[in-house]
Design a protein around this ligand. Structure first.
Ligand SMILES: [Zn+2]
Length: 119
């Protein structure tokens, strides 16, 4: 097969049945994109959460490291001395399940992640 025949056979593929495979690949890509995208986002968030969760101390360790944060009104923020905390659940990424790691407690005033709990 010479180069002219090769080019004409590629041309025949594109204008013949080949265009259907291009359409099918295009539609399948469009259909799978949200799923693939959400997997990628879940994986990256899971990795970020996992790293953050690993880096944080638990409450007794936090109070041990920052004795000034111990108060009668509960633990205080090491950054701004606030007692107003919030928390959110952290999950590790898994392909079938996303196992629960625990909760990250953060300061509502300065948004610093402070310590973790297991439940
Ligand atoms: Zn704070």
């Amino acid at each position: 097969m010479n180069i002219g025949e090769q080019i004409s056979s590629v041309f025949a593929w594109v204008v013949g049945y080949g265009q259907f495979s291009i359409v099918v690949i295009f539609i399948v890509t469009l259909a799978l994109y949200p799923t693939l995208n959400s997997w990628i986002v879940a994986y990256l968030n899971g990795r970020k959460n996992d790293e953050l969760f690993r880096s944080l101390p638990d409450l007794p360790t936090y109070l041990e490291n920052n004795p000034s944060c111990r108060s009668s009104g509960g633990p205080r923020c090491v950054n701004c001395n606030s007692i107003h905390f919030g928390s959110y659940a952290v999950h590790k990424f898994g392909f079938i399940t996303n196992p629960f790691l625990g909760r990250v407690h953060f300061c509502r005033k300065c948004r610093t992640a402070l310590y973790k709990t297991d439940c």
